[in-house]
Design a protein around this ligand. Structure first.
Ligand code: PLP
Length: 411
């Protein structure tokens, strides 16, 4: 069979992939650190981090080494047999957090699915089968399974797929009074992102987070934190809940956990975990040795002062550059987020232009993200070189000149 017959380009995407994504016009083929190259050899600076996934950049030597070593040792055991990398990773996560028991899965959605099922199951076992209400928030994002899109507060993702799981209510984020109005003794859980990621890079306020903890305690409900995006050093702490002086009952993480290798985790306490028994929940690949070996290597590097403190200095560099840009061009109504999850909200007169700005940035050789139509999102490697931030921001500045309707505003 001639290989040319299977030569692939961006156009191939439109012929062979389910049309649920609209990827950029170039096809990345290689990455190193915070630089990426496409099929034509064009080089990009990566401020997108694979949507907050490649937290140590591309092809970090320690992660490559862990993958190679495990790849030559043992790939898969199934859940009929346990394995050393999973046991080591679990032990290290427990040592670093509130948690006493963990469950591994492969994606953020699966970790959340496990979390929501556990919250319901725990309430049914310990309290009553009628204690099933889940309180969640508008603009939240928890994944794409039917349960997780339903808990996520965005009808555009959850409508059109038939009947949804019941007994889920949504109220505005950062609005404690709204939660008070709907919480009752039939509530099994409040589910919240400490920093709403897809919903526009909006951090919870300390009063909100602490208020949720208190309401959960008053109603014997579980506080479930979705740290799929905010976890693993992204916020400048290993997990974002550490900023709030609040302890969760269940926490999920994924994205940066494997630094690009698919793996996710649900963490909880011994008391909550104790309602589960063999067969109640499961997964074929969760806790796979390859995934856990890479995640262990990532955790060893991320959970150090050097990396976590470095997140704050890098954030400062990004924010200073964005503020300088804003001072010249009057672009942003707010620069927000925590650590290296940075949102720059466009002023009302530039609303809807996030996608155009992304495309212009790519054309100048810098990859950035949006969060909705009005917010630019930066989620780079936690160890991005300061020189790469500088060069990337210079490219980004040039790119703004090429955005239709944007350049005229300040010239
Ligand atoms: C990305 C994300 C998810 C979904 O993770 P997948 O790996 O795509 O299933 C869930 N919650 C949050 C907060 C996310 O950012």
């Amino acid at each position: 069979m001639a290989e040319e017959k299977f030569a692939v380009t961006r156009a191939t995407f439109d012929e062979v992939i389910l049309p649920v994504f609209a990827p950029a016009q170039f096809v990345p083929v290689k990455g190193k650190g915070s630089r990426v190259w496409d099929q034509q050899g064009q080089e990009y600076i990566d401020f997108s981090g694979g949507i907050a996934v490649t937290a140590l950049g591309h092809c970090h030597p320690a992660l490559v080494e862990a993958l190679k070593k495990q790849g030559e040792t043992l790939w898969h055991t199934s859940n009929v047999f346990t394995n050393e990398p999973a046991l080591r990773l679990a032990s290290k996560l427990i040592a670093a957090t509130f948690a006493e028991r963990v469950f591994f899965a492969n994606s953020g959605a699966e970790a959340n699915e496990a979390a929501f099922k556990l919250a319901r199951y725990y309430a049914a076992k310990r309290h009553s089968p009628y204690k099933s209400k889940i309180i969640a928030f508008h603009n939240a994002f928890h994944g794409r399974t039917l349960f997780t899109v339903t808990v996520g507060g965005q009808p555009k993702y959850s409508d059109g797929f038939g009947p949804k799981p019941a007994d889920i209510v949504h109220v505005p984020f950062n609005d404690l009074a709204a939660v008070k109005a709907v919480i009752d003794d039939h509530t099994c859980a409040i589910v919240v992102e400490p920093i709403q990621g897809e919903g526009g890079v909006v951090p919870a306020t300390p009063e909100f987070m602490q208020g949720l903890r208190q309401l959960c305690d008053e109603h014997q409900a579980l506080l479930v934190l979705d740290e799929v995006q905010s976890g693993m050093g992204r916020s400048g702490k290993l997990f974002a809940y550490e900023h709030y002086d609040v302890k969760p009952d269940i926490l999920t993480s994924a994205k940066a956990l494997g630094g690009g290798f698919p793996v996710s985790v649900m963490m909880t306490t011994q008391e909550i975990a104790s309602v589960m028994s063999p067969g109640v929940h499961g997964t074929t690949y969760g806790g796979n040795p390859l995934a856990c070996a890479v995640a262990e290597a990532a955790l060893d590097i991320i959970n150090t002062e050097e990396v976590l403190l470095g997140v704050e200095t890098r954030r400062a560099q990004f924010v200073a550059a964005l503020e300088a840009l804003d001072a010249k061009r009057d672009l942003f109504s707010e620069i927000r987020g925590k650590g290296l999850l940075i949102g720059a909200a466009l002023k009302p007169q530039h609303a809807g232009k996030a996608r155009d700005i992304l495309n212009a940035a790519a054309a100048e050789g810098v990859m950035i993200l949006n969060a909705g139509t009005d917010v630019l999102r930066f989620a780079p490697s936690l160890v991005i070189e300061p020189a790469d931030i500088e060069e990337g921001m210079a490219r980004f500045t040039r790119a703004l000149d090429n955005v239709p309707g944007l350049s005229g505003a300040f010239s």
